[in-house]
Design a protein around this ligand. Structure first.
Ligand SMILES: Cc1cc2nc3c(=O)[nH]c(=O)nc-3n(C[C@H](O)[C@H](O)[C@H](O)COP(=O)(O)OP(=O)(O)OC[C@H]3O[C@@H](n4cnc5c(N)ncnc54)[C@H](O)[C@@H]3O)c2cc1C
Length: 386
């Protein structure tokens, strides 16, 4: 391996794009490949917490995202029928002061576009669907669907829930359908907003078996987003998402608060997505291959921290390469896993249970985390790893 190992990132989603940016900023020799023919802007919203904003600061897009996003003063949780406040979690200026950066909600496509634009010229190639990866011991060979073959010294699998790299490490095993669907809709903020009381900029409506989360996705607050969690027993795993309808939404949220009904009435287009999970993986890397994000720990989105974990992984992996050198990759990978597995599994567990911020609780362990300054723990000796 040369003094400056060639690092390939498979997948330019939120995790892969962040990894490539951070590695390039630190002077590593990195290339990133994505199967999409061109950049695609997923019509959805996303929460970006202070734990992520601190990483975006290093990438250089914190200010731009702050300008694009909506900055709610609070996360509200409300009772599905009465609208009573179940929790009021301070964000806004409080988040900046207590957690070191802002908490915002934004259009996911706008966020992703900022990360893609931040990549140095020439390091991202679209239309590269990885079909096979071979770790030959001294080098990794990557085969793409267009018939091309490329080599790298190290390969980061940031290729999402159906990761090809994960399959190489652990065999073919489909993710588990979690028994829930998420309806997603982005639409212009309705004129009837004033009639929707209570109306909070960031609110989760809860019943015992389902929920609806609503927030603005622009700083002007002219676009709204909702995402649900609704139990549905069967889902064909071949379909990642399907169209839904206002009628389906009305049925799923029959009897819910008038604000929820008004949101459903204002919906322009709504889709439904399967929620997928995996149990924590027994290993995050082997040889020259390593995983991050949904490839490694896909989770229900109920903590709004899935992408956050992918981006934190990217930052920690970069930190570990810097700490011990990318040529010393086995140690870097062990250090990375030792410093990420516990936190990612905790977030996976809470997301599964769907309890996050339902009642007043202190979120500082999550939002206050600073991946660049948290003290590193030593890796387990290989013999003690299961
Ligand atoms: C309904 C819903 C709401 C959510 N809300 C939030 C939220 O508010 N906050 C939050 O932090 N998270 C949220 N998440 C979770 C978040 O979307 C994921 O955790 C996050 O996108 C994972 O990022 P990733 O980079 O690991 O994977 P992905 O975003 O899935 O990216 C994987 C990339 O790899 C590429 N790829 C895949 N296979 C190949 C291949 N063989 N060859 C080449 N390229 C390949 C894909 O094209 C894609 O670009 C939500 C998820 C859902 C379903």
């Amino acid at each position: 391996m040369s003094a400056q190992p060639r690092i390939a990132v498979i997948g330019a989603g939120l995790g892969g794009a962040a990894a490539a940016s951070l590695l390039a900023k630190e002077g590593f020799n990195v290339r990133v490949y994505d199967q999409s023919p061109v950049f695609s802007r997923l019509g959805a919203g996303i929460h970006v917490g202070p734990n992520v904003m601190k990483i975006l600061r290093r990438i250089g897009v914190e200010d731009a995202l702050n300008e694009q996003g909506s900055h709610p003063e609070y996360w509200h949780s409300r009772h599905w029928q009465t609208g009573d406040v179940l929790a009021q979690i301070p964000l806004g200026d409080y988040a900046v002061k207590e957690y070191g950066a802002s908490y915002l909600t934004v259009h996911r496509g706008d966020f992703h576009a900022l990360l893609i634009d931040a990549l140095p010229d020439g390091i991202l190639t679209f239309d590269k669907h990885l079909t096979q990866v071979e770790d030959l011991g001294h080098v990794v060979r990557m085969h793409f669907a267009d018939g091309t073959v490329e080599e790298a010294d190290l390969v980061i699998g940031a290729d999402g829930v159906n990761s090809r790299i994960r399959e190489e490490l652990l065999g073919v095993e489909p993710p588990k359908y979690a028994g829930y669907l998420a309806h997603r809709a982005v639409f212009p903020t309705p004129d009837v907003k004033a009639g929707m009381l209570p109306f909070d900029p960031c609110v989760k409506w809860w019943s015992d078996d389902r929920h609806m989360m609503t927030y603005f996705v622009t700083s002007k607050q002219d676009e709204l987003y909702y995402v649900t969690g609704v139990p549905v027993e069967q889902w064909n795993l071949e379909d990642r998402w399907l169209p839904s309808s206002k009628e389906e939404m009305r049925e799923a949220f029959d009897g819910w608060h008038p604000t929820v009904q008004a949101l459903i009435d204002s919906t322009v287009e709504v889709t439904k997505w399967s929620l997928l999970e995996r149990d924590p993986l027994p290993l995050w890397s082997r040889g020259r291959l390593v995983l991050l994000g949904d490839a490694c720990h896909p989770m229900k989105p109920h903590m709004a921290q899935g992408a956050a974990m992918a981006i934190e992984d990217a930052a920690m992996l970069t930190r570990c390469f810097k700490e011990v050198g990318a040529s010393n990759y086995q140690l870097a990978f062990d250090l990375y896993e030792a410093n990420r597995a516990e936190r990612a599994s905790k977030v996976q567990r809470i997301s599964h249970d769907n309890t996050w911020l339902r009642t007043n609780e202190d979120p500082s362990w999550c939002f206050g985390y600073d991946v660049f300054n948290v003290p590193l723990v030593d890796p387990l000796p290989t013999a003690q790893k299961t």
